[in-house]
Ligand binder design. Structure first.
Ligand SMILES: [Zn+2]
Ligand SMILES: [Zn+2]
Ligand SMILES: [Zn+2]
Length: 169
């Protein structure tokens, strides 16, 4: 039987022993099985052993158990979840904290910076953070209609003044 060089793998592994075609194939299959086994991690919730790519960022938890935990926590703590969600929304979208939001709103007297209407609900959630679209800087907090109004005029002072002029005619 002809013995060629040992089996090799694209990962860099190679079998130092020469072998027949069949021995090389078996050696390679064994290597693949070992490489797969090395990637297995056990999950402390479902007790299953899963490939690394199914493991979450939380140590010892697979992705599906990790999201099940998150869902359970969210259902058990709806208020805290809402606070957490709002905090990350404000941070991500406007770069401010809920505390900064409250400060800005308080500095405006707790009402819309344009029309002076109070927030639509007691938590102030319906008020919109108005930001400059080119610099990203937060200008103030507005009620929905005023915020949309600025948007409809493309945040353009010239257009807004022309509209005022028009209304006075
Ligand atoms: Zn390999
Ligand atoms: Zn799991
Ligand atoms: Zn308003």
């Amino acid at each position: 039987m002809l013995r060629g060089p040992g089996a090799t793998c694209k990962c860099g592994w190679h079998d130092p022993l020469p072998g027949t075609r069949r021995e090389r194939a078996e050696s390679y299959a064994l290597h693949l099985a070992e490489a797969r086994a090395e990637r297995l991690r056990s999950c402390r919730d479902c007790k299953l052993r899963k490939d690394l790519k199914w493991m979450s960022a939380k140590p010892g938890l697979c992705k599906s158990c990790s999201s099940a935990r998150t869902r359970a926590w969210r259902d058990a703590n709806p208020d805290e979840w809402e606070r957490h969600r709002r905090r990350s929304y404000l941070k991500q979208k406007y770069g401010i904290t809920p505390e900064q939001y409250d400060e800005i709103l308080a500095a405006q007297g707790g009402v819309c910076a344009i029309c002076g209407d109070p927030p639509a609900d007691s938590r102030g959630y319906r008020m919109h953070v108005d930001h400059c679209h080119s610099t990203g800087r937060v200008r103030g907090i507005l009620c929905g209609p005023c915020n949309r109004g600025l948007g409809n005029f493309a945040d353009n002072p010239t257009r807004l003044l022309a509209a005022v002029d028009y209304l006075h005619r």
